[in-house]
Design a protein around this ligand. Structure first.
Ligand SMILES: NC(=O)c1ccc[n+]([C@@H]2O[C@H](COP(=O)([O-])OP(=O)(O)OC[C@H]3O[C@@H](n4cnc5c(N)ncnc54)[C@H](OP(=O)(O)O)[C@@H]3O)[C@@H](O)[C@H]2O)c1
Length: 249
């Protein structure tokens, strides 16, 4: 198959690209750095020519609900329009497990993305994954200073490598509307992951856990991000991932 991967240079995108290549697919990467912009639409028609499927793992880093909605709605609208012109048969959107009752902050954008995909006319599968093992490091990197403040978050993180393989398997199948949720093998708490990562890396930094106010904070602390019993579980634990090349890379 020819699979176009939006966000194919990102944290999970690189793993989707590697998994698709391992499976023998022809891969096209859509990212601003490769000349394809899902927000302006630049380069999408060229990139999607003859594509059989598109996997959307593009991302904007924001905690603003309006900015997140604007990014994911615009990106989805531009991708679906280009997919229709190119007669692409399957749009796979990567979303996040357990966010239905957390229509706030960044997750408001992901729910808007899911609605836009479902309302579009390209056959689709929405594949939800839990937070990646890489997530604690993404947050640590976004904060400077000797103290890292982490929102109280109950989660069940999964290796981005396993998410990549899962998404390629979803793209190979028929459009299904929704895929089974993918979560990791163990329940974890975000602040603990950050502390374990800092200790493993030999970095002296304090991690302070705070309960965020409002619907967003309540949602993070509720355990809903861990998903329900109807889920696929990845095998790589956070501590195994810490010791792996995926973390060192
Ligand atoms: N992080 C998690 O724990 C987690 C868990 C579950 C699901 N997800 C979902 O996974 C997806 C990817 O997350 P990530 O953490 O891997 O993202 P990331 O590391 O921030 O990577 C973002 C990717 O999007 C591309 N991108 C950004 N703006 C773009 C634009 N205007 N046009 C084209 N490409 C653009 C970036 O490339 P350029 O900068 O070159 O454009 C990059 O390849 C998101 O949809 C997120 O909601 C994340």
């Amino acid at each position: 198959m020819r699979i176009a991967i939006a966000g194919g240079t990102g944290t999970v995108g690189r793993h989707i690209v590697a998994a698709a290549q391992d499976r023998g697919h022809e891969v096209v990467v859509l990212a601003r750095s490769t000349g394809a912009d899902v927000i302006t639409g630049t380069g999408l028609d060229d990139a999607l020519a003859k594509a059989d499927a598109v996997i959307d793992a593009s991302n904007a880093t924001t905690l603003s609900a309006s900015k997140a909605r604007a990014f994911f709605e615009t990106a989805t609208g531009n991708l679906l329009a280009a997919e229709q012109r190119a007669d692409v048969g399957h749009h796979v959107a990567l979303s996040i497990v357990g966010i239905d009752d957390i229509d706030a902050s960044y997750y408001a954008g992901k729910l808007a993305q899911e609605r836009a995909v479902a309302a579009g006319s390209v056959p689709y599968t929405i594949a939800r994954a839990a937070q990646f093992h890489e997530f604690a490091g993404q947050l640590l990197a976004s904060m400077g200073g000797p103290v890292a403040v982490m929102p109280r978050t109950l989660m069940r993180p999964v290796a981005a490598r396993e998410v990549g393989a899962h998404l390629v398997a979803v793209a190979e199948g028929a459009p299904a509307g929704r895929a089974t949720d993918l979560v990791g093998p163990r329940d974890e708490v975000l602040a603990d992951l950050a502390r374990r990562q800092l200790a493993h890396d030999g970095v002296h930094r304090r991690v302070l856990e705070v309960r965020l106010p409002g619907r967003y904070g309540a949602g993070l602390a509720s355990g809903s991000l861990r998903g329900t019993d109807d889920r696929i579980e990845g095998r790589i634990t956070f501590d195994e991932w810490l010791r792996s090349d995926d973390h060192r890379r």
